[in-house]
Design a protein around this ligand. Structure first.
Ligand code: HAM
Length: 422
């Protein structure tokens, strides 16, 4: 790159700056507080894993694995991929650290960047952030209801409204193959009208034809049999109980027969929360049950359920209702000369230890320019310290919002400031 060229963030990857970052922090704090009251503990897994964890976990034929992974060979010749999602990594971590030996259910949450080489558009990025949860060790629909309910409380606590909870059941290895044959039978001679991806899916993964977004495919599948009408009795009971529990918890939901999820590991429950205020990429969070994944990845036979929230989409919705807060220093200390600086630094230290945002001025600059700086920063108060104030043992203060001013002894600065902040 020549020196005149500009460096730019990679396509589909973004910087997160203030003031948006305050909303991100609020979302992360809310997740940590709420999820821990449901017994979820945070875990952090590496952002890169052996590629075959994802191929095996997410599924060879999925869009993520076929087209979207950031895969490279490391210097030791191993195939490595940046994680496209968190579930497979958490399952690997659960098995590797023998977390199944701890009392069930084990519940974890995580937050961090995921990577998918998708076509970027509004709400869809190549590096995006998820907050996810995974609960291991219970096959009961009570756990499904609990995580869906926790997700709804989380979104409500962030002030988000107008969201739709959609659920479906995609069965298990006992009943799904039978349904797939019925679906193939239904699609039979209409296959030629499907998009090229779905013609391929007809053989490899016909369930995905149900949620293909291409217009023509929606017409072809119209009237297709519903998977919930072809569940085995265990899956059917599970789905019915889940619906009862959601009603009991007063969570409004709809059954979406076309929602089958784009990752292969799901069994039984699948769910998504969508918003009408987001355009094409309208899923705010999504998840489901994956009772076979731990075993398929080499662990014991442990059922699990979880979801992941799309951070950027949550933030977008939050910004639609209230703009990100602008932060400004509570106090700017204008200092005139070196001795004043020493005094000012001491005061700044004391107040910062009380969690107050304090900025100090440039002791070589004029009072006028320091006042201008305080104003530009949007500071609440200005303290002014110069030779006169040092001699008098009291500083001058000014409240920038209304221009009121006065003096206060250095010995009373902390209590003065704290009482004015209240
Ligand atoms: P997912 O549906 O692939 O599921 O992603 C979950 C959420 O991440 C989506 O609903 C969306 O909000 C966000 N998301 C996905 N891709 C992008 C993107 N390219 N740009 C911005 N946001 C995106 C999973 O990842 C599963 N691991 C969820 C899960 C956890 N299932 C069980 N446990």
């Amino acid at each position: 790159m020549s020196s005149s060229e500009k460096y730019r963030a990679l396509k589909g990857m973004r910087d997160v700056l203030p003031p948006d970052i305050y909303l991100w922090q609020q979302v992360e704090r809310t997740a940590a507080e709420l999820f821990s009251s449901y017994g979820f503990n945070e875990i952090r897994t590496p952002i890169a894993e052996a590629t075959n964890l994802f191929t095996r976990g997410i599924g060879e034929g999925t869009d993520i694995v076929e087209k979207e992974m950031y895969t490279f060979e490391d210097k030791g010749g191993r195939s490595i991929s940046l994680r496209p999602e968190g579930t497979a990594s958490v399952v690997r971590c659960y098995i590797e650290n023998q977390l199944h030996t701890l009392p069930s259910p084990q519940k974890y949450y995580y937050a961090g960047p995921m990577f998918r080489y998708e076509r970027p558009q509004s709400g869809r990025y190549r590096q995006f952030y998820q907050i996810g949860v995974e609960a291991f060790g219970s096959a009961s629909p009570v756990l499904d209801a609990e995580v869906i309910s926790m997700l709804c409380h989380f979104l409500a606590r962030l002030g988000l409204t107008g969201l739709n909870v959609q659920i479906n059941s995609i069965g298990c290895p006992t009943c799904r193959p039978g349904y797939i044959e019925i679906l193939r039978g239904f699609l039979g001679d209409r296959q030629t009208d499907l998009c090229s991806d779905c013609r391929r899916r007809y053989l490899t993964n016909p369930l995905r034809i149900l949620d293909c977004k291409v217009d023509g495919c929606a017409g072809v599948r119209q009237g297709a049999p519903h998977v919930v009408d072809h569940l085995c009795s265990d899956c059917s009971d599970h789905f019915n109980t889940l619906q009862l529990l959601l009603s009991h918890l007063e969570i409004p939901y709809t059954v979406n027969h076309e929602m089958v999820r784009g990752l292969d590991y799901y069994t039984r429950t699948a769910f998504e929360v969508t918003s009408a205020n987001l355009g094409a990429q309208n899923a705010v969070a999504a998840g489901g049950r994956y009772d076979r994944l731990v075993k398929e990845c080499g662990g014991p036979d442990v059922p699990a359920v979880g979801f992941a929230i799309g951070m950027e989409r949550i933030i977008e919705l939050m910004k639609q209702t209230c703009p990100a807060p602008v932060r400004a220093p509570a106090l700017y200390i204008a200092v005139l000369g070196e001795r004043a600086l020493q005094r000012g630094l001491g005061i700044a230290d004391t107040l910062r230890n009380r969690r107050i945002w304090v900025e100090t001025g440039d002791y070589t600059a004029s009072l006028k320019s320091q006042m201008r700086k305080a104003d530009r920063l949007g500071a609440g108060f200005v303290f002014i310290i110069g030779d006169d104030e040092l001699a008098a043992g009291a500083l001058r203060w000014k409240l920038l919002s209304d221009g009121s001013e006065g003096t206060t002894p250095f010995s009373a600065v902390t209590s003065f400031f704290e009482s004015r902040l209240r």
